[in-house]
Design a protein around this ligand. Sequence first.
Ligand code: TXA
Ligand code: MG
Length: 306
Amino acid sequence: MIRQGLLVGFPTETVYGLGANALDATAVAAVFALKERPKFDPLIVHIADPSDLSDLVKDIPAAAKTLIERFWPGPLSLVLVKQDCVPDIVTAGLPSVAVRCPGHLMARTLIREAGVPIAAPSANRFGMVSPTTAQHVREQFGDRLSMVLDDGPCRVGVESTVISFVESPNGMATLLRPGGVPLEEIEAVIGPIEKSTHQPSRPSSPGQLTSHYAPRTPLVIADQDTTYNDHQRRGLLCLKTPTNAASFSAIEVLSESGCLRTAAVNLFAAMRRLDAIGLDCIIAEPVPEVDLGLAIMDRLRRAAAK
Ligand code: TXA
Ligand code: MG
């Protein structure tokens, strides 16, 4: 199906993707159409093997090579100067392309069997919560997507970390989106990196668009201890055991033990469950911004920005 220019939903270790042949501009256009994604938001190209990167980009800086050796296959996307074979629609006209080699056997098998790199955004409508199960993908697209490969829930649960090597004039690494590989682990191997300043009007990585990953129910980041004197139906999204359970109509605990990695795995599915039961609002408790907590807080802030 990928070779025929059709779209396939498939699992990765981060979230489910909506895949098309990355070298087929018509197939990639269908991804933008199905997702209702604006054409200025470039896609990540997925490869089966780290050595396939050299077919897609011009130059691989030493620090990028270090990151590849340490983190690929895995939840890390690298933005590098693209070669001409990558269609402009994939990169939204940018001279750079984001590439990653997923740490997921079924994903890499699909790419290898297709024989082409696969361009894939998260398999959700633009701006909505990312899917972490095949069922989420089917709920979102139904019959409009002919096939969804199912390999159960994603083991990371938040999208890949996006690092650019084209953003800063001196070719230094810049963090565009916190994700599955913690920033601390990246800085431990290549030293301190720049953090992209947030520019909602002209994002260099549209995952930086302020309103993104958002449920339809209004979401507010606040402590659960706040007392309310109205009759609103509130949902609570919290890391550990709730201390103020009586104030909420529904509660989602992300990790009983307070483990941020477990919390990341559960985050999007918990947001979806709270979004599905007609609450007036969702109170999301802040988590520590270390390890996967940086990506979790990034997604919560974007969900709250809607
Ligand atoms: O984990 C993931 O990365 C998932 C799975 C399916 O691999 N994919 C994903 O794709 O999250 P998407 O389209 O939802 O997010 C891609 C992010 C966006 O923030 C986009 O702006 C950024 O990568 N991006 C892609 N190409 C870029 C480029 N050339 N320069 C800067 N940012 C880029
Ligand atoms: Mg996405």
